[in-house]
Design a protein around this ligand. Structure first.
Ligand code: 13P
Length: 253
């Protein structure tokens, strides 16, 4: 079983001073656990502050996006080596907000995943269907396409360094989380698709769930053996609810 991963995706929240307060509060509340990894993904400009504060803790750091290029004339972009040197261990790639608001495609996501891996950053690769796709019974085909294209030209061993985040678009920021049955069903399907494609042990693939996770629904979700953690938006902006979700994860790991 992979370690449980609890990631706080801050999205575009918190200035540098606010980030400092939130990180300090998280550090003060959090009791580390050997099989649970706690990670924060603050905005680019607060990463350095977070990195300095987290240096002496077990809490790890992720960026919310990355450019596929190493350097060059790419105004406004941030490269994998920049994130690596800063102390990021991981990077969220293919979040539905990046796909739907900023036009990222499965192909550009694949470039980013390969670039991140090349530079020793562990991608948290987000997939998920929209409501109309679920209602049209297309959930599996949509996710299969996202996985096939997003993970193209990778080898089975690369999966050791990738976390898949299943984030149904209809559950993000809506307060309507997937039920444990819905999430388990899709996680099991993702596991089977990847294990078949690369002939790898399905139990070793880390698949976390995201979409309206709270301290109230986390326990039910984490009881599913297919759910290896959570990618949290709103509830990670409050240190108490974020750390509480991590503590709930320790009960089932
Ligand atoms: P919410 O937890 O606010 O629904 O956001 C989920 C998400 O998009 C995490 O990446």
């Amino acid at each position: 079983m992979p370690n449980t991963l609890i990631v706080g995706n801050w999205k575009m929240h918190n200035t540098i001073s606010q980030a400092e307060t939130l990180i300090r509060d998280i550090i003060a509340l959090y009791q580390p656990h050997p099989t649970v990894e706690l990670m924060v993904a603050p905005p680019y400009i607060t990463l350095q502050t977070a990195a300095n504060l987290l240096k002496t803790t077990s809490i790890t750091l992720a960026a919310q996006n990355v450019c596929a290029k190493d350097e060059g004339a790419f105004t406004g972009e941030v490269s994998p080596p920049m994130l690596k040197e800063l102390g990021c261990q991981s990077v969220i790639i293919g979040h539905s907000e990046r796909r739907h608001l900023f036009g990222e495609t499965d192909e550009s996501i694949n470039e980013k995943i390969r670039a991140a891996l090349h530079h020793g950053l562990q991608p948290i690769f987000c997939v998920g269907e929209r409501l109309e796709e679920r209602e049209a019974d297309q959930t599996h085909s949509v996710i299969q396409h996202q996985l096939q294209t997003g993970l193209a030209r990778l080898e089975g061993k690369d999966l050791d360094n990738i976390t898949i985040a299943y984030e149904p678009v209809w559950a993000i920021g809506t307060g309507k989380a997937a039920t444990v049955e819905q999430a388990t069903e899709v996680h099991a399907a993702i596991r089977a698709m990847l294990a078949t494609h690369w002939d790898i042990d399905p139990g070793q693939i880390r698949i976390i769930y995201g979409g309206s996770v709270t301290a109230d629904n986390a326990q039910a979700l984490f009881q599913s053996p297919h759910i290896n953690g959570a990618l949290i938006g709103k509830a990670c902006l409050n240190s108490e609810s974020f750390v509480k979700i991590a503590q709930i994860a320790t009960l089932d790991s």
